[in-house]
Ligand binder design. Structure first.
Ligand code: GLY
Length: 368
């Protein structure tokens, strides 16, 4: 079992990573429970593969639980579902000293975290992320929320979990496309400030995604630990994104625009859009004379090698993408903040980006 800590003083918590760690949930959560009463919230897909094993172990260890199973998919991250969950928890008479367990991917983690942040003015919750994207990004750092008709994650709160339990074996029931999408967020940590990690991923990325089980598990554990350590360090320094945490948005300004234009459907997963967005962010950096074309090509080649989707496969309109970018929640004083780079592992924030350069980068990426 590997372990790292998100250091936030009295609100610090551990991230535990291992094979079949879900089966040990009872022993890890017991010391954190004010009383042994929990509610597990999950979705239909995750319930099929992971719920029974969790319930069995809680039962065996006399931890009381009720279970709520929600529909799978991004549409679940809605105000309607948020209201309905709060009603269900109130009707169960869940008390403030009880604990919620979020078992699932980013949709479940974000929604359940947000519910936990407001239920009785805040209740403890535990993250058991089951997708690579949730394991390396969304379950760590306390960003919770739901979508609005005006955009993704526009309504939410910072609410840190009490524990993050990452079981690498849960990834084995996911489609390869989901793994590739989550892997983009792993690559992100290398591109932000760890060129050695990016080099390691170039060596090991393909095997990590689809190698034999024994190899996958070890490589995934290492990559998840590295990612969580990187994220924990950023969150400890800037929990509420007053500054450096925004570096974690590398590729997201472009990526969110692609997702919005696509209509948030399953033709383009969030991680896939982030991969495309990171390539664009480096192309933009090159256009601005900040980094070498050779480095942009390395990133492009790596995503090609692992079989990631390309932006050119979509028939997007550049002006519409620019329009979406201007509605980004990261806009401040009427200016967009971009994460750009002086090279791999040398990313920084800039408000000083010429939208004509952004337009040119989008045009060329969409042409392929
Ligand atoms: N996913 C970016 C962050 O947690 O700040």
């Amino acid at each position: 079992m590997k372990k790292t800590t998100v250091d936030l003083g009295a609100r610090s918590y551990e991230i535990l990573i291992g094979e079949n760690i879900i089966d040990e949930t009872a022993s890890y959560i017991s010391p954190l429970l004010n009383r042994p009463r929990t509610v597990i919230i999950t979705d239909e897909n995750v319930a099929k593969h992971q719920l029974l094993r969790l319930e069995e172990k809680l039962n065996k260890n006399n931890i009381q639980f009720e279970t709520i199973v929600l529909p799978a998919g991004e549409a679940t991250k809605s105000m309607e579902m948020f209201n309905s969950l709060l009603d269900q928890l109130l009707s169960m008479r869940l008390e403030r000293s009880d604990t919620i367990i979020a078992l699932g991917g980013g949709v479940i983690g974000d929604l359940v975290g947000f519910v936990a942040s407001v239920y009785l003015r805040g209740i403890d919750f535990i993250q058991i992320p089951t997708t690579l994207l949730a394991q390396v990004d969304s379950s760590v750092g306390g960003k919770t929320g739901i979508n609005s008709k005006y955009g993704k994650n526009l309504i939410g709160a910072f609410h840190q979990p009490k524990l993050v339990l990452i079981d690498v074996t849960t990834l084995e029931t996911l489609e390869k496309r989901h793994i590739i999408a989550g892997y983009a967020e792993v690559v992100k940590y290398g591109l932000i400030n760890d060129a050695d990690f990016f080099n390691w991923l170039k060596e090991n990325g393909e095997a990590l995604i689809s190698g034999p089980t024994y190899k996958c598990r070890a490589l995934r554990t290492k990559a998840i630990l590295k990612s969580c350590e990187a994220k924990a360090a950023v969150v400890a320094e800037d929990e509420k994104e007053a500054g450096s945490r925004a570096l974690l948005n590398l590729g997201h300004t472009f990526g969110h625009a692609l997702e919005a234009e696509n209509g948030y459907n399953d033709n383009l997963y969030h991680g896939e859009a982030v991969a495309m967005g990171m390539i664009m962010a480096f192309d933009l950096s090159e256009k601005m004379g900040l980094c070498e074309k050779e480095e942009c090509d390395q990133i492009r080649l790596h995503f090609d090698t692992i079989g990631a989707q390309k932006a050119s496969a979509f028939n997007f309109d550049v002006d519409k993408l620019l329009h979406h970018m201007k509605g980004d929640k990261k806009m401040s004083d009427g200016k967009l903040t971009f994460v750009i780079a002086r090279g791999i592992g040398k990313s920084f924030l800039s408000k000083d980006v010429d939208m004509e350069d952004v337009k040119a980068v989008l045009k060329s990426a969409l042409k392929g």
